[in-house]
Design a protein around this ligand. Structure first.
Ligand code: MG
Length: 270
């Protein structure tokens, strides 16, 4: 009987040893561990939020060409890869490899991510996007792309019209960090809009975090995040935390293997 008592006492200790070892080795976390399946209200319908850019906006894509964009490095999977990625983010990788046709840019699957040539700190980004009208795949494999604020913090782009997945990975989520307050998605093949108000993280000269990054997001004109804090850069595996980075970094768009299109992309610096 005493033996059993000792074994039971020892179990929590074993668990602690195991979890701290896993924390050190981000790679060994199962990627499902950061999925949050708490349901999100799916009843909001909206016609979208479109229109001309304000006169003082910086036009990033007006439908003519990708001259304000270039090829971007592949995204990091976990926090250990961030330092290498940050170096790659500040290196040139050649022209943006996506297709422009009829005033619309579309992901060329397998060609890689793209990013703006300019860097930004605090800004309002307006971007319109569309997933393919023909449904192909499900969950994360259906119309997946992403808007990477400063190349590090993803607002998920996904066909989330009657397409269940973990809500902190659905359209409008701070991917794997925070689900949107409501699902304001429009059907596949229809244009949708994001208005993203981003406040960059601030680090002191020693690299210490002074202020985390915050974001407010309208999806099709509906508020889905209000001054929501990022835990750190967007990771697929394991938890996130801040790593110091430059004040100005580019805005990235993700090639996740799906034919997602974009139009009317502009930014107003704050
Ligand atoms: Mg994505």
């Amino acid at each position: 009987m005493d033996k059993l008592k000792y074994i039971l006492l020892f179990l929590p200790l074993l668990f602690l040893i195991f979890t701290s070892a896993a924390a050190q080795q981000n790679m060994e976390w199962p990627h499902e561990l950061t999925e949050d399946w708490t349901p999100v209200d799916d009843s909001v319908s909206t016609t979208g939020y479109f229109g001309q850019a304000p006169s003082d906006a910086i036009m990033l894509f007006d439908g003519s060409d990708l001259s304000n964009w270039e090829a971007a490095p592949g995204y990091f999977i976990n926090m250990e890869e961030v330092p290498e990625y940050l170096k790659a983010l500040q290196t040139h990788h050649g022209p943006a490899p996506w297709k422009v046709e009829d005033g619309v840019m579309t992901v060329v699957p397998g060609s890689g991510n793209i990013m703006t040539k300019m860097g930004f700190t605090d800004f309002h980004l307006h971007i319109e996007w569309k997933t393919p009208s023909e449904i192909d795949g499900d969950g994360q494999g259906r119309g997946n792309s992403g808007v990477f604020l400063q190349g590090l913090y993803e607002i998920q782009v996904l066909d989330s019209w009657q397409n269940p997945t973990y809500p902190n990975g659905q359209a409008g989520s701070l991917y794997k960090q925070k689900a949107p307050m409501v699902n304001a998605s429009r059907p596949p093949g229809e244009w949708q809009s994001y208005d993203i108000f981003f406040e960059a993280a601030y680090f002191d000269d020693t690299g210490k975090l002074i202020k985390p990054a915050y974001v407010t997001v309208l999806h099709n004109g509906v508020l889905i995040h209000h001054k929501q804090k990022f835990q750190g850069p967007t990771t697929f595996i394991g938890p996130s935390h801040y790593k110091p980075h430059p004040r100005k970094l580019p805005i990235g768009l993700q090639d996740h293997g799906d034919y997602v299109s974009f139009r009317n992309i502009w930014v107003r610096e704050l």
